[in-house]
Design a protein around this ligand. Structure first.
Ligand SMILES: Cc1cc2nc3c(=O)[nH]c(=O)nc-3n(C[C@H](O)[C@H](O)[C@H](O)COP(=O)(O)OP(=O)(O)OC[C@H]3O[C@@H](n4cnc5c(N)ncnc54)[C@H](O)[C@@H]3O)c2cc1C
Ligand code: SF4
Length: 329
């Protein structure tokens, strides 16, 4: 690890003023479960680390008639343990308890989870986010791409968006709040994730001197919500495919649906095709299967990851059927 300056502001404004206006010089440190690994591997080498853990305004979970507010520093363990979340947003509590290990969940923060960098092994080994060889050939397309994207992979970005919490938050219609030198802004969580087209872009709509301050979720909609993860085995590793669904019902038919897949694309992947396939339909095996087929209709697997198409299809179908039968366990 290279030498760096370490600063611990106590207010959001101080933190913003300590961050640089371009990427490379400064990084925000929250729980450190991702950033410190990147620094040890020399993938990220900031000259200044801005520790935000002493900023009280970034802490806390609160519920009100306006919905749920989770401060940026809320840990995954807090999310999994909070009585209000377990009662009103059980699929979120379930996603949190399934992520990583107890040790990591005690350190890992919500904002860090949203801003964690891709697990792509080319990126983690120093070849960049859009890895190319000296002659400009894409390394992932021709290389070991077994864990890479099957959707949204037409451009140079082939990594998959790494959070298992984000798809379920998007299903719950979460919004993210940010603060930077130009003030505050709020956006639907799905808009926070972008597919970079060049190596100097990041995969988030986040300025180098902006801080994620909180995530808000509207009051629990009258919807059936569930998420489903497919992992190689039941250990603290990253999954192969994730699906989260929110189904608003009218009688026994689906009035509208929100279907989000994780680990299939460089961004959390919303599927209007699957949503359309469910709309005005009854919830049963047949419609779940049709929606699952629609979700992967446009998949373009790479040379070594065709198996992920079936996994994504199964994840969507099982998430729908899980929601139909009552959601989180
Ligand atoms: C073994 C292992 C298994 C894992 N399994 C899962 C899993 O199943 N599902 C899953 O979702 N995740 C998983 N993770 C990832 C883990 O959840 C993240 O590493 C963690 O949430 C990051 O949070 P942090 O607070 O430690 O972030 P840090 O490491 O401190 O920061 C991560 C990134 O976010 C930025 N950042 C942090 N806070 C802010 C902020 N407020 N505003 C702007 N930028 C910010 C940092 O600058 C950095 O770039 C796993 C990690 C490990 C090591
Ligand atoms: S092996 Fe266990 S203790 Fe070691 S870093 Fe991973 S989670 Fe933490």
């Amino acid at each position: 690890m290279r030498p760096f300056e370490y600063v611990s502001p106590t207010t959001k404004a101080q933190a913003v003023s300590l961050l640089g206006a371009s990427w490379g010089g400064t990084e925000i440190l929250a729980g450190g479960t991702d950033l410190l690994a990147l620094m040890k591997d020399d993938i990220v080498s900031p000259k200044r680390l801005v520790n935000i853990k002493n900023i009280r305004d970034l802490r806390g979970i609160s519920s009100s008639p306006q919905g749920l507010r989770m401060g940026a520093l809320t840990t995954l363990a807090d999310l999994a343990d909070d009585a209000g979340i377990k009662k009103n947003y059980p699929a979120l509590a379930e996603a949190a308890i399934e992520a990583a290990s107890p040790q990591i969940r005690n350190m890992a923060t919500l904002a860090g989870n949203l801003c964690q960098r891709p697990r792509c092994w080319y990126f983690r080994n120093g070849f960049g986010l859009l890895p190319k060889d000296e002659t400009g050939n894409e390394l992932v397309a021709d290389g070991d791409n077994r864990y890479h994207a099957i959707l949204g992979n037409e451009g140079p970005a082939k990594f998959v968006s790494p959070s298992t919490i984000v798809p379920v938050l998007i299903a719950y219609e979460a919004k993210i709040r940010l603060e930077g030198p130009k003030g505050k802004r709020e956006l639907p969580l799905e808009k926070f994730f972008v597919i970079p087209k060049s190596e100097n872009e990041r995969e988030h709509d986040l300025g180098p001197n902006e801080i994620v301050t909180e995530v808000v979720v509207p009051p629990v909609p009258n919807a059936k919500i569930a998420h489903y993860e497919i992992r190689q085995k039941d250990v603290f590793d990253w999954p192969l495919a994730v699906a989260a669904v929110a189904l608003k019902m009218q009688g026994s038919n689906v009035e509208s649906a929100r279907i989000v897949m994780g680990y299939v694309a460089p961004v959390p992947w919303m599927s209007p095709e699957a949503e359309q396939a469910l709309t005005a339909q009854p919830l049963d095996q047949e419609t779940a299967q049709k929606a699952a087929e629609a979700a992967v209709k446009d998949a373009k697997p790479l040379s070594h990851n065709e198996y992920k198409v079936q996994l994504a299809r199964v994840a969507v179908k099982r998430a729908i059927l899980k929601a139909a039968s009552g959601g989180a366990a």
